[in-house]
Write a protein that binds this ligand. Sequence first.
Ligand SMILES: Cc1cc2nc3c(=O)[nH]c(=O)nc-3n(C[C@H](O)[C@H](O)[C@H](O)COP(=O)(O)OP(=O)(O)OC[C@H]3O[C@@H](n4cnc5c(N)ncnc54)[C@H](O)[C@@H]3O)c2cc1C
Length: 394
Amino acid sequence: MNTREILVAGGGIGGLAVALALAQKGRRVRVLEKAAEFGEIGYGIQMGPNVASMLDRLGVLKALEPTSVFPQALIFADALTNEELTRIALGKRFLERYRYRYFVIHRRDLHGGLLDACRQRGEIVLESSRGLKSFTQESDTVTVVCENGSVYEGAALVGADGLWSPTRQAVVGDGAPRMAGHYVYRGVVPDEQVVDRSRIDTMTIWGGPDLHMVQYRLRGGTVMNNVATIASRRFRRGEKDAGAPDELEELFAQTHPGVRDNLRYVSRERNWVLHDRDPVTNWTLGRVTLLGDAAHPTLQYLAQGAQMAIEDGVVLAEKVAAAGEDYNRAFLAYQRERMNRSARVVLSSRFFGEWFHVGGGARELRNELARGRDPENPWEADWLYRGIQPDGRL
Ligand SMILES: Cc1cc2nc3c(=O)[nH]c(=O)nc-3n(C[C@H](O)[C@H](O)[C@H](O)COP(=O)(O)OP(=O)(O)OC[C@H]3O[C@@H](n4cnc5c(N)ncnc54)[C@H](O)[C@@H]3O)c2cc1C
């Protein structure tokens, strides 16, 4: 086992995935998490076959199965008419093509599975209440100072500290992320409360002018995850109360009653304000690099942010294993391999946000194209679902 620790700032999905991947390569890792406890808030997360294969490599896929749900199809429907436009089958042919199934899981279950696996590895130390405040580096050492004054030395630092990453500010220095003006309301309700059960075994997205709704079941089908998103018109007009609950109601008022009805499952207590960043090429500074949302935060529209963070972790560990003690070389190789794939996710996610949210003539075009899609081929996600290609090829 290599004796010098690698420090990871952030114990979210990306931080734990990279810790696990590095430990599998015999590296010692210390994860410094800002929150008082390692944990995740409780909503759903979609996982494509690209990430299922990564989770398999990390040895956690089997343990996640009992809490995962494997929908029968991905459905795209029009929110104004409730017309089903596309149904992508997730059965035998999908499995033959991509080797792994598509699944959905509660964030807590995914994070918990990674956390359990980390706890079982002697190479990994997990420390909470350790928010990274700053770091310095010399030729072979990185020193991290935490908000509570504790100091750690390591051979390298991975900034997996999320959207507002202080590590990124020291490495890239590009200020606050870009606010998209999109607001998300979520809710998880017991399955028996769900009235319309016509698409109960699917992952369904309804797209409408400046809004969309997503629904799928979690935890062995015992609960239903509901996500309502609006592209706020008030935000675009620079008005106050952008994305407030009354704007949610206002925009969903135009939808089909069967779609609007799903708003009853969505909590108004808090919303998520969506951000992303333009892709950059300099995630690495000496022995420090970035991963996950710290490196390439994305809008949710391809449901790939966490998946990219997990893929990052696996690739980073491979590059570290190949480069011995030369962390700068390893991190530059990692960045090169991950750059275009993650940038494509960021830019495609913006496109799919538009695609979901169009109105007028653009909606007519979208619907016609969606109706014509091959139900056996999720074409826009094929490059994603095929997974990581050698040398980061797309
Ligand atoms: C509404 C919504 C739906 C989504 N759906 C999906 C989906 O279906 N599929 C998918 O793959 N992705 C989805 N995503 C994206 C996904 O949530 C993120 O991309 C993913 O959580 C990023 O993981 P991360 O570990 O990089 O960052 P985070 O999950 O943000 O974790 C960062 C961690 O760092 C900690 N931290 C912060 N600052 C510091 C510091 N200074 N020092 C130490 N620790 C620190 C935080 O407490 C946190 O634990 C969705 C996002 C949203 C908003």
